[in-house]
Design a binder for this molecule. Structure first.
Ligand SMILES: NC(=O)c1ccc[n+]([C@@H]2O[C@H](COP(=O)([O-])OP(=O)(O)OC[C@H]3O[C@@H](n4cnc5c(N)ncnc54)[C@H](O)[C@@H]3O)[C@@H](O)[C@H]2O)c1
Length: 267
């Protein structure tokens, strides 16, 4: 299927690892020009490795820092004279096991809310002007099934992802008159450093005799919660991401698309 994204310009914040990286690769495969932005030089290294020819560039930015984000947006426009698609794949958990919620202290919430929801708002604020000027375009945010089911694993993460779903709806309504579509993706279980960190935080606070390794923990969880009973892959998520960017999805906005093996079903 031709997704008609050839030569379009995109930025993936949090593009150096996991799902974000798979999205960058799919965007390049569709012939797009892509900026990979991440916390460290990893994004630059990824960009150099993926496209020595120059269709992929890397810039360092913390999405909680407005100046960083604005600078990446400006450098993208300066380089390629446009911007049609922006993805916020950057995300983080608290790194602690949050069941019951009082296992976490209020101070554990701040960075999780800052990155997942405030970071999404900071990026949206910085890109809304360029996306409107270069319309049609898309903004894609990252939620999680955790934000739909009140997951007890990491309450600030669940709460932040619920907020992302709501903000995607607000932004979709505000940007619809300009033909800029805003959607969110809610992955379920994808093997990435972030997913492994969830297991690690559970593992470290569980009595030694009850601990199991990452594979066994994940297998039991997936079997229990996902009707399709299998891992989702970063590529599965990236397929949905590029489809949502494309004109094939021109009437899809304000949605949270679950790529979760059927864990959450919308009515
Ligand atoms: N992996 C899963 O099972 C899963 C499930 C549900 C939702 N998600 C969501 O999908 C998105 C991608 O997650 P992933 O699993 O690929 O994680 P990952 O840890 O592999 O990648 C996240 C990337 O975001 C970057 N990042 C973190 N904080 C940042 C910040 N402040 N500024 C810029 N970059 C930052 C990291 O450096 C990393 O490169 C996240 O929003 C995550 O919450 C993942």
């Amino acid at each position: 299927m031709d997704l008609q994204l050839d030569r379009q310009v995109g930025i993936v914040f949090g593009g150096a690892s996991g799902i974000g990286l798979a999205i960058v690769q799919q965007m390049l495969a569709e012939g797009m020009r892509v900026v990979v932005s991440d916390l460290s030089n990893d994004g630059v290294a990824v960009a150099n490795g993926l496209s020595p020819s120059g269709d992929c560039r890397g810039h360092v930015a913390d999405i909680t820092d407005e100046q960083d984000v604005r600078s990446v947006v400006q450098q993208t426009i300066d380089a390629w004279d446009g911007l049609q698609h922006v993805v916020v794949a950057a995300g983080t958990g608290s790194g602690k096991f949050g069941f019951p919620f009082w296992n976490l202290k209020p101070a554990d919430w701040r960075r999780v809310l800052d990155v997942n929801i405030l970071g999404s708002a900071i990026v949206a604020d910085a890109v809304q002007g360029p996306l409107r000027e270069n319309a049609p375009g898309t903004l894609l945010l990252f939620a999680s099934v955790a934000g739909q089911i009140g997951s007890q694993t990491d309450p600030p993460y669940s709460a932040a992802k619920a907020a992302v779903i709501n903000f995607a709806q607000c932004a979709a309504k505000d940007l619809a008159p300009y033909d800029v579509r805003v959607n969110a993706i809610a992955p379920g279980m994808v093997q990435t450093p972030l997913n492994r960190a969830v297991w690690k935080s559970w593992h470290d606070q569980t009595p030694e005799e009850e601990r199991v390794d990452y594979d066994a923990w994940a297998a039991e969880k997936i079997d229990k919660i996902a009707p399709l009973a299998r891992w989702q892959t970063a590529e599965d998520v990236a397929n949905a991401a590029v489809f949502l960017m494309s004109p094939r999805a021109k009437n899809i906005t304000g949605q949270t698309v679950n790529v979760d093996g059927g864990q959450v079903m919308h009515s």
